[in-house]
Design a binder for this molecule. Structure first.
Ligand SMILES: [Zn+2]
Length: 62
């Protein structure tokens, strides 16, 4: 299964509007914009429902 949409997985902005960073997680390819990358680092639990098992990800120590 592959995410073929090059949009931020949080806000759905396309790469034509914002720079997108590509990453892979559980064999799926995702894209995230610079606005939402810090959320993934510092508050991954906020992504529950968007990323599988997001509630199990550990936030980076502040
Ligand atoms: Zn975004």
């Amino acid at each position: 299964m592959k995410n073929i949409n090059p949009n931020c997985f949080v806000c759905n902005q396309p790469q034509s509007e914002v720079p997108l960073i590509q990453f892979q997680y559980k064999d799926i390819e995702y894209h995230v914009c610079p606005e939402h990358l810090p959320i993934m680092i510092h508050s991954p639990q906020k992504l529950t429902g968007l990323l599988p098992d997001a509630e199990k990800l550990k936030p980076h120590n502040q």
